[in-house]
Design a protein around this ligand. Structure first.
Ligand SMILES: C[S@@+](CC[C@H](N)C(=O)[O-])C[C@H]1O[C@@H](n2cnc3c(N)ncnc32)[C@H](O)[C@@H]1O
Length: 288
């Protein structure tokens, strides 16, 4: 019989319950753009880019996932309302499959666009799966090293990629725009902007996308009537993650500017304190 895990098991797999209860020392960091660039541009993706540049032959993106996740121990994950013990690679695989299942309902479309795409773990994998294979692929990313790594990995699998620098914290968002009707998504990226500007929704809507889909932890979706919900809320606050994505989208819908197509709270979390919700929307009047 499968082992059933509860919240009581979490401290054996994560330091966060003790940190959130103030029982273990931990220094909070603000998610300023220089802090995000330290974490991703210099450390994570900067290190990866150096390794890719030194590699005799460029690896496939799945191999890079293995570099990052392959040696990590099993971890408790949240799957809907349940907790399951999974390897980080299995958790990443389930999250990718969930994202693919969600986006495929929007295809065929003139382009698939990811903002905050990192080295392309999600996007370059999707680009090889039907119904996305063959669709023009666009990537936006803040960290120059992430974009450079993504471009190398894309070239190795012969996936042409357009797009370029993008800052979800800037009112302009990006100096490029995908074709009208594109399917745009974010995955664990808007969460790095503590307070998103309403302008982000306006700019995205002005691209005339068929749909914009966020796979993001949502502060507003953390329940206040369960211990897990309260821990999640505190986790987001202490780590200075985003707290207003859902509020912005609800406001834009009330103002008649967008239509929310789907909203599913806390669907899956490789970290049970940071589960992704799925929120999909479309502009009310697509404009080119
Ligand atoms: C946890 S990684 C997720 C990468 C990818 N979306 C995935 O799901 O595999 C977060 C990514 O968001 C990017 N990011 C953080 N802040 C951003 C911003 N303001 N604008 C664009 N990208 C940002 C980071 O550089 C990093 O590549």
């Amino acid at each position: 019989m499968a082992v059933r895990y509860t919240l009581d098991d979490l401290p054996r797999y994560s330091p966060w319950p003790a940190r959130l209860l103030g029982l273990e020392p931990w220094t909070p960091r603000q998610k300023t753009s220089s802090e995000v660039l330290r974490e991703f541009d210099r450390e994570k993706w900067g290190g990866l880019l150096a390794r890719l540049e030194a590699a005799a032959a460029p690896p496939r993106v799945e191999e890079v996932d293995q570099w990052f996740l392959g040696a990590l121990p099993e971890t408790l994950c949240s799957v809907g309302d349940e907790l399951e013990l999974l390897s980080p690679l299995e958790a990443a695989h389930r999250q990718r499959a969930l994202i693919a299942r969600t986006l495929e309902g929007q295809f065929p479309a003139p382009a698939l666009v990811e903002l905050g795409a990192g080295y392309g773990s999600m996007l370059l994998w999707l680009a090889q799966q039907p119904p996305f294979s063959g669709a023009p692929i666009w990537a936006g990313e803040l960290a120059a090293s992430g974009l450079a790594a993504l471009r190398r990995l894309a070239a190795a699998q012969q996936t042409p990629v357009e797009g370029g620098a993008c800052d979800l914290a800037s009112p302009e968002l990006a100096g490029w725009r995908p074709p009208p009707g594109a399917v745009v998504y974010t995955s664990l990226a808007t969460m790095y902007v503590p307070r998103l500007s309403p302008r982000v929704v306006e700019v995205l809507a002005s691209w005339g996308p068929r749909a914009v889909v966020h796979f993001e932890p949502c502060w507003e979706h953390c329940r206040s009537d369960t211990l897990l919900g309260l821990l999640r809320r505190r986790y987001l606050e202490l780590n200075d993650y985003n707290t207003n994505l859902v509020t912005l989208l609800h406001d834009a819908e009330r103002q008649g500017r967008i239509r929310i197509l789907d909203e599913r709270p806390a669907v899956f979390g490789a970290n049970p304190l940071l589960p992704i919700s799925i929120v999909a929307w479309a502009p009310k009047e697509p404009s080119a």
